[in-house]
Ligand binder design. Structure first.
Ligand SMILES: Nc1ncnc2c1ncn2[C@@H]1O[C@H](COP(=O)(O)OP(=O)(O)O)[C@@H](O)[C@H]1O
Ligand SMILES: [Mg+2]
Length: 507
């Protein structure tokens, strides 16, 4: 079966004249020549259109996986030329909605109740039909609340698996045939794509992501996140609160409603940086299709199939880079990379520092309002890779999302100053992290752990000592351990005092 799919993809490439992409070096041109010769009988379509446009059309023709993959590539200016980025960003699924009968059957099977019992009203024509799911508008029988019912497209997991296998094969070919195939990191890109697209297939995960973000934003008046009705939510179906709003890409409709676009753009950027720096948990699919604006100008977030998680270490990495960028202290960035183990121990610091300077200085020469966080990150990651640093997937996801957020912000408000919007959020976070408050908070958060571990230390030491005593030839180690134990007791005493003080403050 996979071979048929592969054949269909090759035919589509021929039909849309995409073998031209392969004419990069002698080896690849020969390969393209042989393929073209073997498929001479397939006529080419859209001869008058440019190559990036033809790539876009071919991806649309190849279906949901390619559309999603193209959308992902459009957020990787570090890998793909800008003329392709512009086209791929406009990729849209042209999948037909699936039969509503089938939709209802899936809902009944997964909720285990007849549709009429659960919903007092169910609108057959779907409000949206995308590559992975279809959304219906309905009303719950139990409370008359209006809901959106998102149903997983039947058979989608199989389609995805098949296409991912083909993409993996293509990645291998690209790496072997192109001289700078490795630089494009095709295998890495496909692996990441596979992870995110699989995550999107589990609606229970999506529902949990949505609830977690709603909890984190609980007192935030800028954003609305739909409630999930867990009684009717399964792996294949999500039932959630219906959101009335205008899609964020419909500028004329937003203007007609009298929405303050400048404010909305600030909300978007602020929400994103709050999620990144304060929560370490961010909505990683912030494209305009997933964002609405409520009638009173608030930001409505939808579709939490992809989220990113950042550890404190990741946040520190970002903060150091951003701060060092402000201070033009590139040596600090280089040294921290090595000290923290991100870069190999033998990284030539001066060369690394120079390379970072070379990417950052030109950006700094622009007015601040025009500086893009995405560009800074992309360039830094490029340098990192050159020096053997593997950029973590969650940071790549962050890069992708920043590209989305900046794009969205600037559509709403071309004057948007990204630094100005982000700086207060960053400063607040840094104050919290690096000041005394942060120190005390971190200590407090470690308290439960220490209250459990501390009392067991003396017993563990005593057990270890007895064991050592039993083996006479370990006398030397024994003496050393006794010395360490004495030193340790001093440390333990200090820790106990500190913990007591914290406990007193806490109580
Ligand atoms: N809670 C909701 N209220 C109103 N419309 C919704 C809701 N959830 C989804 N939609 C509509 O359905 C579309 C697709 O839903 P989404 O969750 O983004 O699915 P997909 O993963 O297929 O992109 C959205 O762009 C929006 O128009
Ligand atoms: Mg969506």
């Amino acid at each position: 079966m996979r071979i048929f799919r592969l054949f269909k993809i090759i035919l589509t490439f021929k039909r849309y004249g995409l073998f031209q992409i392969l004419t990069i070096n002698d080896k690849t041109s020969r390969f393209a020549g042989i393929l073209a010769f073997a498929l001479w009988f397939i006529p080419q379509k859209h001869k008058d259109k440019s190559l990036p446009v033809r790539v876009k059309l071919a991806f649309e023709h190849l279906g949901p996986v390619f559309v999603k993959f193209g959308q992902l590539l459009s957020t990787r200016p570090d890998l793909i030329p800008s003329n392709y980025i512009a086209e791929l960003a406009h990729l849209q699924s042209k999948v037909r909605p699936f039969d509503t009968k089938l939709s209802k059957q899936i809902i009944e099977n997964s909720i285990n109740k007849p549709i009429n019992e659960v919903f007092s009203e169910f609108i057959d024509t779907p409000v949206a039909s995308a590559s992975i799911a279809q959304v219906h508008r309905a009303r719950l029988a139990i409370n008359n609340h209006e809901v959106a019912v998102k149903v997983l497209r039947p058979g989608i997991a199989k389609i995805i698996d098949k296409d991912i296998k083909v993409l993996k094969l293509a990645a291998l070919v690209v790496e072997k045939l192109f001289s700078d195939g490795k630089r494009l990191r095709p295998q890495e890109v496909i692996d990441e794509f596979e992870t995110t697209i699989h995550e999107e297939l589990d609606f229970l995960q999506e529902a949990a992501n949505s609830t977690e973000l709603a909890r984190l934003h609980k007192n935030d008046k800028r954003i609305i996140i739909p409630d999930v009705y867990y009684d009717y939510t399964t792996k294949d179906v999500i039932v959630m609160e219906w959101m009335n709003g205008i899609t964020i890409s419909d500028i004329p409709a937003l203007k007609a409603q009298g929405i303050d676009l400048e404010k909305l753009s600030h909300y978007g950027v602020e929400i994103f940086y709050t999620q990144v720096f304060h929560f370490g948990f961010f909505h990683a699919d912030m494209h305009p299709g997933n964002i609405l604006c409520s009638n009173d100008g608030r930001y409505i977030a939808l579709d939490f199939g992809i989220v990113g998680c950042l550890s404190d270490e990741d946040k520190r990495y970002l903060a150091i880079n951003i701060l060092a960028f402000f201070n033009r202290d590139y040596k600090k960035v280089a040294i921290t990379h090595v000290e923290s183990g991100w870069a190999p121990k033998d990284t030539p610091i001066e060369q690394f520092e120079n390379a970072i300077r070379a990417v950052c200085e030109p950006i700094f020469n622009k007015p601040l309002a025009q500086i893009s966080f995405a560009q800074v990150l992309i360039k830094l990651f490029q340098v990192s890779r050159r020096f053997g640093i593997v950029v973590q997937p969650q940071l790549i996801l962050l890069q992708k999302t920043i590209v989305n957020v900046e794009g969205m912000g600037r559509i709403l408000n071309p004057e948007l100053d990204l630094w100005k919007t982000a700086k207060p959020i960053l400063n607040k976070w840094l104050r919290e992290q690096m000041g005394v408050k942060g120190f005390v908070r971190n200590l407090k958060s470690e308290l439960p752990h220490w209250s459990y571990v501390l009392p067991t230390i003396p017993r563990n030491f005593a057990t270890a000592l007895t064991k050592l005593q039993e083996t006479s030839d370990l006398n030397q180690n024994y003496n050393k351990l006794v010395r360490d134990y004495r030193r340790m007791s001093g440390l333990l005493a200090v820790m106990v005092i500190v913990l007591t003080i914290i406990l007193v403050i806490k109580l």
